[in-house]
Write a protein that binds this ligand. Structure first.
Ligand SMILES: [Zn+2]
Length: 291
């Protein structure tokens, strides 16, 4: 079963209204840890990579690591490229074998974003891959992409027109969430998800999930956010676990011991989110062929 098209994972999650964790990994250790979490909980999982991670590890090298790890797990998994404004890197990742890409045209005006997203959807289709679209930039900077202020918020009708004009498979609406850590209580606009899904029943994507309350997750998932992105929570688990280990073991130089501690923390973080999102046990319902 292991690697399946993104639509295999999200069509079902959207129909049954559970959320699939889409976790940004940064290296082989974090990749293995989140796959182990999904395996233990029998959950489908989306692994994501930021453009920064792809650039630092190399697309082919990163994909080879992914494929070797993913082929060894019994749960359905898919690989997604997070926020990518660069068309050449979209092409590179699609050619390397990513199952899904987010073409981030949020810095473009909507007409130009629409025009380019149509091209990306056609290109991805030739690779059997899906495209996530967005027109409003999510507040906050993530791996060098985005701005603290966020961009203009358009009426829901503009998003609905973008979805029908481009044929994107999934869509990331602006709903008041932000990348990074929340400095103040987020003011969410979950009704935008409901309104968009009523017009276009396609999977919605929740960005900026780290720091939301469990009830905010479950409410947005019930409204149609089938893909729930987790990036900051992994960074915190990863870095804090290193720090904890080093503080607790001054003078010790034991890489395997430190890495085992980090893996445990990252895996626990992934398990916590998979449970909240309602996807634990859902891998049992899949029987489709792998890609
Ligand atoms: Zn995002």
């Amino acid at each position: 079963m292991p690697v399946v098209p993104m639509r295999e994972i999200l069509d079902r999650a959207f129909a049954e209204r559970y959320g699939v964790a889409a976790i940004n990994v940064v290296d082989d250790l974090t990749l293995e840890a989140v796959l182990a979490a999904a395996t233990d909980l029998e959950a489908p999982l989306i692994v994501q990579t930021s453009l920064k991670t792809v650039k630092s590890l190399g697309a082919r090298q990163l994909h080879a690591i992914w494929r070797a790890r993913a082929d060894a797990v019994p749960v359905p998994v898919s690989l997604h490229l997070d926020h990518c404004p660069d068309r050449e890197w979209i092409t590179t990742c699609l050619e390397a074998g990513w199952n899904s890409v987010l073409f981030d045209g949020s810095e473009l005006d909507v007409a130009e974003n629409t025009r380019q997203t149509i091209e990306v959807v056609a290109e991805a289709g030739r690779h059997g891959a899906q495209v996530e679209g967005e027109i409003e930039s999510v507040m906050g900077v993530e791996d060098g992409i985005g701005s603290e202020e966020g961009g203009e918020i358009h009426p829901v009708e503009v998003s609905a027109e973008f979805i029908s004009a481009t044929g994107v498979y999934s869509f990331a609406p602006a709903i008041g969430t932000a990348h990074g850590l929340y400095k103040a209580e987020p003011r969410l606009t979950p009704e935008r998800v409901t309104e968009l899904v009523a017009e276009h029943p396609i999977p919605m994507v929740l960005h900026g999930g780290t720091g939301l309350a469990d009830e905010q997750f479950t409410d947005l998932i019930a409204r149609g956010c089938a893909k729930v992105n987790i990036s900051t929570a992994l960074k915190i688990a990863f870095v804090d676990a290193h720090r904890e280990y080093l503080d607790a073991n001054p003078g010790k130089h034991d890489p395997p011991g430190m890495l085992a501690h980090v893996r445990t923390a990252v895996k626990a973080m992934a398990e916590r989110h998979i449970r909240i999102f309602g996807s634990a046990g859902k891998a049992r319902t899949f029987d489709s062929a792998a890609v």
